[in-house]
Ligand binder design. Structure first.
Ligand SMILES: [Zn+2]
Length: 895
């Protein structure tokens, strides 16, 4: 007998086409209605709270007096909570953000009930990450439900073995790259297929005849799933009656008001053995390419940049520093960090981080980012000042004319490169000075040293560059007394830091004595067009593009770094180029090239382009937007009026590096367009690699034969790489999540800006802020590697996202040595993502994953050799037997 499971829910985008608070107020009404309905109708069994515990926090923030009622309804199984904290976008949030959402979600779910919803719930997520099966297994869940990414073909349509994104049924096996498998449930008729069920018999007959047929087409069992709700859908109050009517109409079908735990249990007992297996990430590659939503990766790039900063501040600055400091007895600020994480994760739903809401939503997001960063900054500074006191600086050799300082690589990958450091080498306390602050300022300012030198811990002098000084205010907040204000003398300089291990520090001494280093005449730039260092020979062409010789592989790369501007008549979700439009390119247009710095350690060159860009699309676009014309049907062209867009790039290269670091800046005064940078790879290959969630994902360059979109946008975090047997190119970035690789792999394009004027989707919502007017500054790099340096080049990309941190010290002895790596893994195919304290105990958590498909042995140094196996939920799983990772494995250890 067929059984129809009707599950009531409302998909709750916390913010989207209205600002957060307007949606929030709607939520209060929804939950109020539910409370009343549970009272009025004892047969109304349950309501699914959209897989996110935050919904109840949001409600109780306004109606705290209803806490007990809510608790009771959850206990009675009427309100269904969990398993996640919030519904996040998978791809535009970091690996750790995805894991923390599961961890904090489980903790919050369990506070409500042990019987929370055991379903990986991704109803509206814009594509699904390939490691979902493994992550679900680690949180004790063996089923995932999702709305996108897989093409259901319906029973009878053949699905071929290589057709990894298609399934005959709405139920399927989903296998991750590590071979973990879960049951996948696709909402083939969307998560609203059971909304507004009629109670009128005639209407109900028409409704169910069609709906049952639609579900039957894909269902592999006689357990049919209907989701009674949609986006912000008010609760259907006469559902009990509607179910009664249905049961009367169809005596041979059983209609029940169900819930996910029940449905999954019954579904599993009936599953046939001919389900298809889909593998890896689900990104709608079998569609016509217009609905992948991947262009949200370039919508409002300022959000993405801020997200990298805020996420990395927590993951690779505040948490590791707090762990180091806790070894010295400083309390680990767990609650403060949870608060910062939750604040950050409130920016991670698909309508938020994807940049596809109205302006008010994204304005509030910027405040949340800075709140989360503020907590992380406080935790980092508090930890670093504790650490500073513990580090033995005496070893540097104290003398009256110098000041020790400490450089930290707080990140989980080794790091080297140029950094700018500011050291306060003299200070006058306001309270100690007999002079007024302005007089102190004037005195300090008139009496400044010009001679500085820097020494490492072995007493070896190391070169510094771009030295400048200033006088300025600063303050301290002592723990047991009132605040102290200072006038400081600062010196700022650049230093080329040689490779520092993960989670490490190094001590240095700033001396007020003249440098004894002999000036080296061998500068990296031979002329303003020719640069050579240990690894690369670069020629800057007259149009500002680069020809590069990778000395290790003897390969030539030509015409890298071309900028290209295209019109965009799409919306926040989709880029659409006007028909027959000519792109504006910097190729063969003369650029302005200036050497900014040129010495033996590094070179900095400025390349400026003038691009003549239309000011916007023409008037027709506005009409097409207002009349809600589908973006595929739009005919608007670019405006005839043009303005000059000056695109300035600062290229830097250090002596021993294979990475050309680029910062591009421009003042965007144009609307409805996209700016990309094009980097030729000199390769002909059919696949490329990108940074996804706990995965270096391999993607095909060629699109499927169903693909109609002229573009093939994809998302990444830290890098995209194209290589062959000889070597390749890694293009890394900070907050530039969208790229394309051409079909033959010969070019990587990274989107630097997308300016659009409307939200899109189901109506017309203007979004002037999404034009991203004003000064934009973007950061990326081109790394050339030979074939056995592939993984090192990925680590260089990871480490670019974590700036060095410096603290000024004084001479003292300490329990910590002058240089140390807290934890280090000796295998470059392993990437650490977390060093934190466990939620439940005082143990340290270390999480890492295998970047490769092969088994990896690893060794930990700097910490206990004895470790305990754990998982995303930080459970104890017994002593680690083997220091080994299987292909693509994500491992969590208690150390
Ligand atoms: Zn949604």
């Amino acid at each position: 007998m067929k059984k129809v499971h009707i599950i009531s829910h409302s998909h709750w985008d916390r913010e989207w086409y209205m600002d957060y608070e307007q949606h929030h107020m709607l939520l209060i009404e929804l939950i109020d209605d539910l409370i009343q309905l549970f009272k009025d109708d004892p047969e109304y069994k349950s309501f699914h709270l959209d897989g996110q515990t935050i919904i109840l926090d949001d409600y109780l923030q306004v109606r705290p007096e209803n806490t007990e009622i809510i608790k009771k309804l959850v206990r009675q199984g009427k309100l269904k909570v969990g398993p996640f904290y919030i519904l996040q976008d998978d791809f535009l949030t970091t690996s750790e953000s995805n894991a923390r959402n599961m961890l904090l979600g489980e903790i919050d779910s369990k506070k409500w009930t042990e019987d929370y919803v055991k379903l990986g719930y991704f109803p509206d997520t814009f594509g699904n990450m390939g490691q979902t099966p493994q992550m679900m297994k680690q949180i004790g869940i063996d089923t995932a439900a999702f709305g996108r990414g897989v093409k259901p073909t319906g029973f009878g349509n053949q699905v071929f073995d290589n057709d990894k994104y298609s399934s005959n049924f709405s139920e399927m096996h989903w296998e991750g790259p590590d071979k973990s498998k879960v049951l996948g449930v696709l909402f083939a008729n969307w998560y609203s297929n059971g909304k507004e069920i009629p109670v009128d018999k005639n209407e109900a007959k028409i409704y169910w005849d069609k709906k049952i047929n639609d579900v039957d087409k894909y269902a592999s069992t006689n357990q049919l799933l209907f989701l009674n709700g949609s986006d912000h859908q008010p609760v259907q109050k006469d559902l009990t009656l509607a179910i009664k009517v249905a049961n009367e109409l169809y005596p041979d079908i059983e209609f029940v008001h169900s819930d996910f735990n029940t449905y999954i249990k019954e579904l599993k007992s009936k599953l046939p053995d001919n389900l298809n297996t889909i593998t890896g990430e689900l990104t709608s590659q079998e569609t016509d390419g217009w609905t992948t939503l991947a262009n949200t990766a370039s919508s409002r790039i300022y959000l993405k940049q801020e997200n990298v900063k805020a996420s990395k501040m927590l993951e690779e600055v505040a948490e590791p520093l707090a762990v180091f400091a806790s070894e010295l007895g400083l309390e680990y600020p767990k609650d403060q960090l949870d608060y910062a994480w939750k604040t950050l994760m409130q920016n991670h739903p698909h309508d938020s981080i994807c940049g596809c809401s109205v302006d008010e939503v994204h304005q509030e997001m910027m405040t949340r980012f800075s709140k989360s960063e503020g907590v992380a900054e406080y935790v980092a500074n508090r930890s670093i000042s504790k650490l500073e006191q513990s580090i033995d600086t005496k070893q540097l050799g104290e003398d009256g004319n110098s000041k020790p300082f400490i450089i930290f690589n707080t990140g989980s990958s080794p790091k080297s490169g140029l950094t700018e450091i500011e050291v306060a080498y003299d200070k006058v306390l306001f309270t100690q000075s007999h002079q007024s602050a302005p007089d102190t300022f004037t005195k300090l300012d008139s009496n400044q040293e010009n001679n500085f030198s820097v020494f490492d811990k072995n007493g070896q002098e190391i070169p510094i560059f771009n030295v400048s000084t200033r006088v300025g205010f600063s303050f301290e907040l002592p723990k047991n007394s009132f605040r102290e204000s200072y006038m400081n003398k600062f010196v700022k300089f650049s230093i080329n830091v040689k490779e520092m291990k993960s989670y490490s520090w190094e001590t240095y001494k700033l001396s007020l004595n003249k440098s004894k280093l002999r000036k080296i005449d061998h500068n990296l730039a031979i002329s303003k067009n020719k640069i050579e260092n240990d690894k690369l020979k670069i020629q800057i062409n007259y149009d500002g593009s680069l020809n590069v010789l990778n000395k290790a592989t003897n390969e030539n790369f030509e015409n890298l770094l071309i900028f290209e501007d295209s019109g965009d008549l799409g919306n926040e979700y989709v880029f659409r180029e006007p028909l027959n439009d000519k792109r504006i390119s910097t190729k063969n247009v003369e650029a302005d090239i200036t050497i900014l710095e040129n010495n033996s350690e590094f070179v900095k060159i400025k390349v400026a382009h003038r691009m003549n860009v239309p000011v916007s699309m023409n008037e027709r676009l506005s009409e097409e937007q207002r009349s809600h014309t589908d973006y595929r049907q739009r005919k608007a062209g670019r405006s005839k009026e043009k303005k000059i867009l000056i695109v300035t790039s600062i290229l830097s290269l250090t002596k021993e590096s294979s990475v050309i670091d680029i910062k591009t800046e421009f003042n965007n005064q144009m609307m409805d367009h996209r700016l990309q940078v094009l980097i030729n790879t000199n390769k002909k290959v059919d696949k490329h690699y990108a940074d996804s969630i706990y995965e270096v994902v391999e993607r095909q360059n060629k699109v499927s034969n169903k693909w109609k979109n002229p573009e093939n946008p994809q998302h990444t975090h830290a890098f995209v790489n194209v290589h062959d047997k000889k070597g390749g190119v890694t293009v890394s970035n900070i907050g530039l999540n969208e790229y394309e690789v051409t079909q033959l792999g010969e070019q990587i394009k990274v989107t630097l800006l997308r300016s659009i004027g409307e939200l899109g989707d189901w109506g017309y919502f203007p979004t002037p802020d999404a034009q991203c007017l004003g000064i934009q500054s973007v950061s990326y790099a081109i790394d050339f590697h030979n074939n056995d340096e592939f993984y090192e080049s990925l680590h260089r990309a990871f480490s670019r996202q974590i700036p060095f941190r410096t603290v000024i010290s004084s001479y003292h002895s300490g329990v910590n040595p002058s240089t140390k790596s807290f934890v280090n893994i000796n295998n470059s195919r392993v990437k650490i993502t977390a060093l934190k304290k466990s939620q439940a105990s005082n143990e340290n958590i270390l999480r890492f994953y295998n970047l490769d498909s092969e088994n990896q042995n690893y060794e930990l140094s700097g910490t206990n050799k004895k470790t305990t196996d754990s998982n995303i939920l930080e459970e104890h799983l017994g002593e680690t037997q083997e220091m080994n990772l299987t292909g693509y494995e994500i491992k969590t250890l208690l150390i």
